[in-house]
Design a binder for this molecule. Structure first.
Ligand SMILES: *[C@@H]1O[C@H](CO)[C@@H](O)[C@H](O)[C@H]1NC(C)=O
Ligand SMILES: *[C@@H]1O[C@H](CO)[C@@H](O)[C@H](O)[C@H]1NC(C)=O
Ligand SMILES: *[C@@H]1O[C@H](CO)[C@@H](O)[C@H](O)[C@H]1NC(C)=O
Length: 162
């Protein structure tokens, strides 16, 4: 590949990266394994900003706890039957917030009544030019929405440096 083509590729990839929308990963409860009964989840979610495309990360002990997406009334009354979606997998589980609306999650097995429930209000993605300021940097990690682009970019850089 000639030098000119490499430049073109590099420019293309850079433009793609800049125009792409970033999505955030929110660690529910703020820590690595914070889906537990001693966290104030309304306090946590009040200090976060959720946009469409963002991810929730639940870290927990799956022998004790689970995560069920429920509707508002089930959230308020801690009803864990007829849930919308069972998020529980291995104990380090993710859920993508695809729509601008409130989402509700509870822990079944009686833990919801002890406060193991969280509501997140998802906002539409801001326009790309608007600066994105995560409300809490402690529990929010920016993840590139396209890992392939990063790989292509670093490949292009390596090729260019040769
Ligand atoms: C959780 O925090 C909120 C403030 O964000 C407070 O109003 C509420 O009383 C707290 N709940 C508990 C159970 O401590
Ligand atoms: C919420 O879910 C429960 C359990 O599936 C159901 O009985 C109830 O009708 C639902 N409420 C609304 C407002 O959709
Ligand atoms: C949710 O899914 C997990 C893992 O597949 C399973 O072990 C668990 O029984 C399910 N929970 C409910 C309430 O369906």
């Amino acid at each position: 590949m000639g030098r000119i083509n490499l430049w073109a590729l590099l420019m293309y990839v850079t433009v793609m990266m800049v125009t792409e929308v970033e999505s955030s990963l929110h660690r529910v409860g703020g820590g690595k394994y914070s889906w537990t009964s001693d966290v104030n989840f309304s306090d946590w979610s009040n200090h976060e900003r959720f946009y469409t495309g963002d991810w929730l990360f639940f870290g927990f002990d799956r022998t004790r706890h689970n995560i069920l997406q429920v509707n508002k009334s089930s959230y308020e009354q801690c009803i864990d039957t007829d849930y919308i979606f069972n998020v529980t997998r291995g104990g380090r589980d993710v859920f993508q917030l695809l729509q601008p609306k409130p989402y509700y999650f509870i822990c079944g097995r009686g833990y919801c009544l002890n406060g193991m429930k969280v509501a997140v209000n998802v906002l539409p993605q801001p326009p790309p030019s608007a600066p994105i300021t995560p409300a809490s940097t402690a529990s929010t990690v920016l993840i590139p929405s396209n890992a392939f682009t990063i790989a292509t970019l670093s490949f292009a850089f390596k090729a260019f440096m040769l």
